[in-house]
Design a protein. Structure first.
Length: 337
């Protein structure tokens, strides 16, 4: 009987990349002062014996870095490994442990390029495992619970933080000191409580199986950079980024992706030189940029990022540019993904 139940458990692979969930501090009082990316995946899994009741879990250390240092090469390496595992008959779900600083970028990247229905869950923590009230253990337990569940199939890449199931497309790190750090402007998709998931809504945007992008066809990612806007901003950063080879510049704009009159001429000139200009917004709770609102995008041939924040807009632009350099196509992708 027991053997029978055992064989019914899903096979979940945990790909570890580092971050605070693998962090260690000098004392239990250190919730903010610690070193990220210190503890190996075997140790993390061994620290949660309850995982074995949820799934047959095995770990793989893909890299060991703090996520602020992740590169496009790292993204591709991780994406390819996820794809290989997703293609394997022996794997039912994939969990990725990740630093929280760029977790939203990696989750969105995988959401765009992984051709699978199998659950892919990205998870991190706000406190190292050595701290009092560390959140990594439960976040990882929840990630494995969702990864091994049938209901998580076909819902795109998901993020489990603070008991919530978030869409990897929508979710963002909104605060750096609380465990309730990850929010989506459109709300979580569900909750995980005691290893069981409860769903409330579905992602409306194209992802994974329904995406036109495939990690298997992406050899490298183009240089796409972000320039931040504020009062008194000038055009120096935009010009410098283009000069250093950026194929597209994400304008991390104020408000509705608005552009300072001191910057507009430079962006018009860069577009004429072939650089794609994407207008996004850096407002805290989530931007919402519409075409020809604030700036005449049709006239200047610029693209708007709609509700994607600047860092997510960078991910979609990089992936999109592997297929097209047509601004109308880029804009279509920004509406659809
Ligand atoms: N909470 C964290 O994981 C932060 C860390 N700097 C990282 O992203 O790797």
């Amino acid at each position: 009987k027991e053997v029978e139940t055992q064989t019914k458990l899903a096979n979940v692979v945990v790909l570890a990349t580092g971050g605070t969930i693998a962090g260690a501090g000098a004392s239990a009082a250190n919730s903010a002062t610690y070193q990220a990316a210190k503890v190996g995946i075997e140790q993390l899994i061994a620290g949660i014996p309850e995982l074995s009741k949820l799934a047959n879990v095995r770990g793989e250390q893909v890299m060991q870095i703090a996520s602020e240092s992740i590169t496009n090469e790292n993204l591709l390496q991780l994406g390819r490994r996820v794809s290989e595992l997703a293609d394997s008959k022996d794997v039912d779900g994939i969990v990725i442990t990740h630093g929280t600083d760029t977790l939203e970028e990696t989750a969105y990247f995988l959401n765009l390029v992984e051709k699978t229905d199998k659950p892919i869950i990205v998870v991190g923590s706000m406190r190292p495992g050595t701290a009092m009230s560390a959140d990594g253990m439960l976040n990882l337990y929840n990630a494995v619970a969702v990864a091994s569940s049938k209901e998580a199939h076909g819902k795109g890449v998901l993020v489990t933080m603070n008991d919530e199931i978030q869409s990897g497309r929508d979710v963002s790190k909104m605060i750096n000191i609380k465990t309730e750090a990850f929010k989506s402007p459109w709300g979580p998709l569900g909750m995980v409580v005691e290893g069981k998931s409860y769903w409330f809504r579905l992602p409306a945007k194209r992802h994974t199986m329904d995406s036109e992008f495939d990690i298997k066809n992406i050899k490298s990612l183009p240089d796409v950079e972000i320039a931040y806007s504020y009062g008194n901003v000038g055009d120096t950063a935009y010009k410098a980024l283009a000069q250093s080879g950026a194929k597209a510049i994400i304008h991390a704009g104020t408000g509705n992706g608005s552009v300072s009159s001191r910057v507009v001429p430079a962006l018009q000139a860069l577009r004429k030189d072939g650089v794609q200009i994407i207008r996004s917004s850096h407002v805290n709770a989530g931007g919402f940029v519409l075409r020809n609102a604030e700036q005449p995008d049709d006239k200047y041939d610029w693209v708007v990022a709609h509700d994607l924040n600047p860092q997510k807009a960078r991910i979609l632009t990089m992936v999109a540019l592997t297929k097209t350099n047509d601004s109308k196509e880029l804009q279509r992708m920004f509406w659809e993904y």
